[in-house]
Structure formats: C-alpha cells, structure tokens
Design a binder for this molecule. Structure first.
Ligand code: HEM
Length: 369
C-alpha cells in the first residue's frame, strides 16, 4: 500500500498516481469569521491531513484514546484501515478573497487576477447548490471509506469556522497520471486519460500545470488552479448510439482507444486525412487545435442514484489542474461545437487556487498571510 506525504514542494493529489476513489468537498467560511479563524482552520486541517495521509487518526487521542466523557476526536470508521494512498489537496476559491461582505480576511489584494468565477459557457445548466465555494478539499484514496473519513473529519474540525457547501463522491478514476497506470474508462465506455500530462513529464508540468515564481501572484508559486465541473452524462441516450457513431463523436475507437486515423492508443492523431471528424471531442480538445494548450485531467465517474424515469443520475466529475484558468476556458469554449454535447450537461462548476505544498510543520497557504 502506498502512502503519500502531505508536506512537499507541491501539494499531493495532483501528479500523484490517480487513486480509485474521490470525495470532493466545497466549503464556505461561516459568517463573522476573521483572519485568525481562517489561519487556524488551515493550520488544523494541515495537521490533521498530515496524520490522515499516513493512516493515523486525526489526533493522538484519536477515536478511543480520549476521555470517555467527551466525544472522540476521530470518528473512528477508518480504524484498522491503511492510508490507502490518501491525498488531501486544499484550494482557495475566488469568494474567499472577497465576497458581498467585503475583504473579510485582508487578502483581497492578493487575489490572483485569473481567479474569478468561470464565465458562462454555451450549454451550461449549473446548479448553484453544487457550484463554487470559499475552500475546497479533494480527498483521493484507493478505499472509499478512507476518503470519506477524511472529508468527514475535516468538516468536523472546521466546525464554527467553515461548513460544507456541497460534496461529490467519485469512483473509477477517469484519468491517469503515470505511464504505469493502464488507461481507465469513463461511463461512455471509452478510455480516458490517454493524452493526459503525466507525472514524469516535468517540462510539460512546468509549462502547463505549476504556477511559476515569475507568474503573478508570487504566493501561488509551485501551486496550480483547479477547475471542477460536474458533467451529467445522458447515458441511456448514449447507449442507443451506434458503435461507429460513438467512435466518431470521440475521435477514437472504443476497444483500444486508438485515434481513428490509425495506429495504437498512443499514436498521435492525424487530423488531416479526414478520418477524424472535425467536431469530434479529441480533435477539438487537442493541443494543435488550441495553440498548444494542455491541462492535467484527474476526474472521476459518479452515479448518484436515479431519477423517477428510471434513468441513472450519472456522469463525470471533471477535475483539471492548470497553470492559468485561461487554459480551461480556451478548451471549454473550443468544445462549444463538440458532437459529444448532445450527450452531456455541465451542471456544477468551481475554481480554486491550489497553493504549493506546505513545508513540514507549516500549513497550506502560509505564504498568503
Ligand atoms: C480527451 C472524454 C470532458 C478535455 C478525451 C478522451 C475522452 C474524453 C474519451 C480521449 C482519451 C484521452 O486522451 O484522454 C470526455 C468526457 C467528457 C469530457 C466523457 C465529459 C463528460 C472534457 C472537458 C474538457 C476535456 C470538459 C476540457 C474543457 C480533454 C482533453 C483531451 C480529452 C484536453 C485530450 C485531447 C488530446 O490531447 O488528444 N476526453 N471528456 N474533456 N479531453 Fe475530454
């Protein structure tokens, strides 16, 4: 079993080999909280996260070691479970820097210029109750109970300072970040993550994922921007589409994931011969069609029960990391004419600045204060 250090140059959970399960949570700060509340919350979260990611309980007294007269520090459902590759990744939303109550934490001047609510995109059908948030926590692990335990306990630690705004469970990763990982499949049944940026491609990470020291603002150097999109997939409709048409829509074949222009999964697609449809997903999203723009994708499948018509409430919880929010915006605008749009709806959205990793003994975001 792997375990990943919470402390480091970059936060874990970005280039970390994608784990099997996700619990993603968005938080809002409570009214009348001040700068000290925010700092103490980030300190407490960082301390707890540094323990949880090692398979430990949130505190030394944990679930059963404290006073019998007090509620335990740790909720206990991860007792006996390993760390299961848990990573906890923390981000700051635009509204943390300034909202209708003003500059609550004295950080408005440090808001990165690009950190603002994403513009409206064609076809957006966003539910405000499943969008945005002052803070986000991405918990990924190979055991769903470990990921849920992390979010549950961090929510508990936040009590009085921040509260859960919305959260999302995900399973069956829809991307890969190392060449050793076989490419997983999304709920359309296609391999997803073939052309992703991989952890060992440091040149691509520096160019497309990590905010550099020369970028503005300096406090975010070594960090990244996280975009989350809850994308509902109309899978019953998709399932009635002919196999050849499904492949045309994606631009790759379903079995191998090879581009329709030929070769194997990792052959570079050729968009000139006419084998790949001009409005296929892969062509529109490809770097050569977007001035070289690339992103690191790290999404998960989700199924949240079903509706009264007997249709699954299913989709892809899309997560991408990029050096500048403009990368996502460029791609999403480009996808306006994607043939796939007939089968998907973007129903949730959020953006957060994800600071660099915390130094041992310090906390995530310390550079901001
Ligand atoms: C590639 C599916 C949404 C950006 C792919 C591939 C599939 C896929 C099957 C080909 C394999 C691969 O290279 O990973 C989906 C599905 C989506 C979705 C089912 C929604 C439910 C998005 C969104 C974006 C995006 C919202 C960005 C705005 C990309 C990029 C590639 C890609 C950049 C790689 C293109 C390349 O370099 O060839 N996607 N995708 N996708 N997708 Fe998506």
């Amino acid at each position: 079993q792997n375990s990943y250090d919470f402390f480091g140059v970059h936060q874990a959970g970005i280039t970390t080999p994608v784990q099997d399960h996700l619990h993603f949570a968005s938080f809002d700060m409570m009214p009348r909280t001040d700068r000290d509340d925010l700092i103490s919350l980030l300190q407490d979260w960082s301390y707890a996260a540094s323990r949880l990611t090692q398979g430990l309980e949130v505190s030394a007294s944990g679930a059963v070691g404290g006073s019998p007269e007090a509620p335990p520090d740790d909720t206990g459902e991860a007792l006996g479970l390993p760390s299961a590759g848990l990573t906890i990744t923390i981000g700051f939303g635009p509204s943390l820097f300034e909202n209708e109550d003003g500059d609550r934490y004295g950080i408005a001047a440090q808001r990165p210029a690009g950190l603002e609510r994403l513009p409206a995109f064609l076809g957006d059908d966003l539910d405000p109750e499943m969008s945005h948030g002052d803070l986000c926590v991405q918990a990924c692990a190979d055991d769903p109970q470990v990921a849920v335990h992390a979010i549950r306990n961090l929510s508990r630690i936040a009590f009085g300072r921040a509260r859960l705004r919305w959260s999302q469970l995900g399973f069956g990763k829809t991307s890969r970040t190392t060449a050793a990982q076989a490419t997983p499949r999304n709920l359309f049944g296609f391999k997803d993550g073939t052309a992703n940026i991989l952890a060992d491609d440091t040149a691509a990470l520096d160019e497309h994922v990590w905010v550099s020291a020369a970028d503005d603002p300096g406090w975010l150097a070594g960090g990244s921007y996280l975009v989350a999109r809850r994308i509902a997939m109309l899978i019953e409709t998709w399932d009635r589409v002919r196999l050849s048409e499904q492949a045309t829509i994606i631009g790759r074949d379903k079995g191998e994931g090879a581009p329709l222009s030929g070769g194997d999964e990792f052959t570079e697609p050729d968009f000139h011969g006419g084998a790949i449809d001009a409005h296929s997903h892969v062509r529109l999203a490809h770097p050569t069609q977007n001035d070289g723009v690339r992103i690191l994708r790290r999404g998960y499948n989700y199924v949240d029960g079903n509706n009264t018509l007997g249709r699954l409430d299913a989709g892809l919880f899309f997560l991408s990391y990029q050096r500048d929010p403009a990368q996502f915006i460029t791609l999403q605008r480009r996808l306006a004419t994607d043939r796939m749009n007939e089968y998907i709806r973007h129903v949730g959205s959020g953006i957060w600045a994800v600071p660099a990793g915390a130094k041992p003994g310090s906390y995530v975001g310390a550079e901001l204060f």
